[in-house]
Design a binder for this molecule. Structure first.
Ligand code: NAD
Length: 482
């Protein structure tokens, strides 16, 4: 499997091309690798019309639910089978290392496998009411759903919302980010004949501001799942309000890892590096703040530096031994560098990095892993989502201070604790204002566990049983047989 020079989008039962195209770039060297259609509003109308037909003709939503599960199972098996090929494409298109891309693709296959098991377990309930009556609820599919996908985990985050939607009997229109559509399009070529009825899943490519925006205010769409930035989330919600379309928003983050004095400094240092620099820091759930007890902060920082300098080789994602690839685009790297510079102007001390690698990597959008310390509490690097390889480190002296610092953010996605103290663990798990907490490892999630953002990190939940709530509507039925 190799990257095609041109690849169409799949709408209305056909692979469709357009004269107007988006150029797809390899961020490791800035070279063009493919072209995809730059869709317009008419294409969105077509996709919505066919999605509606596919929903209403019942061939998917009223299919024997076990059979629906079997089809998803086949798609999952195929995804595992072609994972290495897809990972190669993902790595070239997004910049992430092959190893990381492979783990994303396998996680996505696992997600489909997980939801394949749910298709015949989406149940309503019976409700005791007075008199000679039977009262029960039905859980019915939401309808035509639009899935707007970001560029940081292009395949995994696409599949994360597509799988529960299909399991619930919805139809899906997926819009990958304009920078990174290749893995999802290529995957669809390999799964399109595995039993999904026509137009149950369509993939449309184009710009967010144009077709993403149009899709979210389309009256033919019954639900919108966005994973993206806070600004896009607000836009989507405004657009969706026009038709009162329900939204599920998975947005940004500014997660903190709290390292207590009883933590093992070496293990904590490795976890801090992984939480901040995995995927070049382009992670909503990055641990982009470290809050480290004053008694061990120097030791932790020194282990981090040593590990980054000896084990975190920068380079193209497909190259052997590379641990961190480039950022996704030149303009994104400029934004990351600019925010970092502003943070330093606001008084942060540069402990490591803050610059770009030279030599053969200068063609790509690489940036060295960066650590800043001595930040004042209002420094923008503690509050803005930088979305790159930049970690801000604070010290604390007691638990109350650590909790206050960790909660001092408009975001609330994932926070981590490193401690063996049971009382403290449960207190922080209760009092941290985020949708997810992890203890003694960071970051971690599973297809069966909810991925939840509080505050500006989102509305709703992905993954797990709870995600199915969004893709189903509840209907109450009352029967008088007296
Ligand atoms: P983005 O918001 O720029 O784009 C996300 C998607 O929205 C893309 O497909 C884009 O084309 C589309 N889009 C852009 N403007 C739109 C509009 N006006 N209407 C409709 N669609 C529009 O985000 P990104 O830069 O691709 O991804 C990075 C952001 O995503 C970060 O903020 C990150 O934290 C967030 N993110 C969140 C999660 C999570 O699960 N909470 C996961 C990954 C990324």
């Amino acid at each position: 499997m190799s990257i095609e020079e041109q690849i169409g989008m799949y709408i209305g039962g056909n692979w469709v091309n357009t004269d107007d195209k988006l150029e797809i770039i390899n961020p490791s060297n800035g070279k063009s690798i493919s072209k995809v259609p730059n869709a317009d509003h008419d294409h969105v109308d077509t996709a919505v019309e066919y999605s509606r037909k596919a929903f209403e003709d019942s061939s998917w939503r009223e299919l024997d639910p076990t059979q629906r599960g079997r089809i998803l199972r086949k798609i999952s098996d195929k995804t595992y089978e072609i994972a290495k090929d897809l990972a190669k494409i993902e790595s070239i298109n997004q910049g992430k290392t092959f190893r990381d891309a492979l783990s994303d693709i396998r996680f996505a296959a696992w997600t489909i496998e997980y939801y394949a098991g749910w298709t015949d377990k989406i149940e309503g309930n019976t409700i005791p009411v007075p008199g000679e009556r039977l009262d029960y609820t039905l859980k019915q599919p939401l309808g035509v759903t639009a899935h707007i996908i970001p560029w940081n985990f292009p395949f995994q985050l696409g599949v994360r919302s597509i799988a529960p939607a299909l399991a619930a009997g919805c139809t899906v229109i997926a819009k990958p980010a304009s920078l990174t559509p290749l893995s999802l399009l290529t995957w669809f070529k390999h799964i399109q004949d595995l039993g999904l009825p026509d137009n149950v899943l369509q993939i449309i490519t184009g710009s967010g501001g144009k077709i993403g925006n149009y899709l979210t205010r389309h009256s033919g769409v019954d639900g919108i799942a966005l994973t993206g930035s806070v600004e896009t989330g607000k836009n989507v919600m405004r657009q969706a309000a026009e038709n009162l379309t329900p939204v599920s928003l998975e947005l940004g983050g500014k997660g903190a890892n709290i390292i207590f004095e009883d933590a093992n400094p070496k293990i904590a240092a490795k976890a801090l590096n992984f939480g901040a620099f995995w995927n070049a820091g382009e992670m909503c759930w990055a641990g982009s703040r470290a809050i480290v007890h004053e008694s061990i902060i120097d030791e932790v920082l020194s282990y981090m530096k040593e590990e980054l300098q000896t084990k975190w080789k920068l380079g193209p994602g497909l190259e052997e031994g590379v641990r961190m690839g480039p950022l996704v685009s030149e303009s994104h790297r400029s934004e990351v560098m600019e925010l970092t510079q502003k943070g330093i102007e606001q008084g942060a001390t540069l402990f490591l990095g803050g610059d770009l690698p030279q030599g053969e990597l200068s063609e790509g959008y690489f940036m060295n892993p960066t650590i800043v310390t001595d930040l004042k509490e209002n420094n923008l690097l503690l509050h803005e989502e930088v979305f790159g390889p930049v970690l801000s480190v604070l010290s604390f002296s007691d638990d109350d201070e650590a909790l206050r610092l960790a909660n001092d953010t408009k975001f609330g996605l994932l926070n981590g604790l490193f401690t063996n103290n049971l009382k403290r663990t449960h207190r922080f798990a209760r009092d941290l204002q985020s949708g997810m907490i992890t203890v003694n490892e960071f970051p971690v999630t599973f297809p069966q566990t909810p991925f939840v953002g509080w505050k500006h990190s989102g509305i709703g939940a992905e993954q797990g049983q709870i995600a199915l709530d969004f893709y189903t509507k509840t209907k109450n039925v009352n029967i008088n047989f007296g």
